[in-house]
Design a protein. Structure first.
Length: 202
């Protein structure tokens, strides 16, 4: 479906440029786009590597344990059944990275949390409510500093890459509120919790 959509957009662009007499501009854009795409990929990849490394260093030196204590009331309220300290640290790392707008660095921590939660789910082919909640938090992601978005705006030539802050704060607060309400409501309306408490052997 996505391939059909892309081909349709390309055909529409070519036809529109022909009728509007902008074939030369279209050709110049086609020739320049690969270079811009490569530069964007390199810049984004370097940023992902940097912040993923920072999060790993924070985990190894024990900073995530401190963040776990800081976010402990919130995590306990959202995930009352989660007792594993390792899973709680992964959730806290995900929240911390998302607060800084580092969605790419937050994804590994979110995946680790979901994998840990699914180990205690009787039916591992189905996501338990806690796993779904982690996915909602990672996707909606309350952001204080939209680092990735600001970097993309800077790469695109924006003079004020952080001018989007008010809009980011408002939209992220609304999205995460709606996501949490929907996840909790649908979780209660669906089948009982699949997550089961087990004694951690660490």
């Amino acid at each position: 479906m996505l391939a059909v959509l892309i081909v349709g957009i390309l055909i529409l662009s070519v036809v529109t440029s022909i009728f509007q007499g902008n074939v030369e501009a279209l050709c110049e854009s086609i020739l320049a786009s690969p270079q811009r795409a490569l530069e964007l990929c390199i810049a984004t990849g370097c940023s992902i590597c940097l912040w993923s490394g920072v999060m790993e260093v924070a985990r190894q030196v024990g900073i995530l344990k401190g963040l776990s204590k800081l976010f402990s009331p919130l995590v306990s309220a959202l995930f009352p059944r989660v007792q594993s300290e390792e899973i709680r640290q992964s959730i806290c790392a995900n929240l911390s990275a998302n607060l800084l707008g580092l969605g790419a660095a937050a994804a590994p921590a979110g995946i680790a949390a979901v994998r840990g939660l699914q180990q205690y789910c009787p039916d591992r082919s189905s996501a338990c409510n806690e796993s779904i909640l982690v996915i909602v938090l990672n996707t909606a992601s309350l952001q204080l500093i939209p680092t990735t978005a600001a970097m993309l705006r800077l790469q695109a030539g924006s003079a004020e890459p952080m001018a989007i802050l008010p809009a980011v704060w408002l939209t992220s607060a609304l999205s995460i509120t709606a996501g949490l309400i929907a996840a909790k409501f649908l979780g209660r309306a669906s089948s009982p919790q699949l997550y089961q408490r087990r004694r951690q052997t660490q």
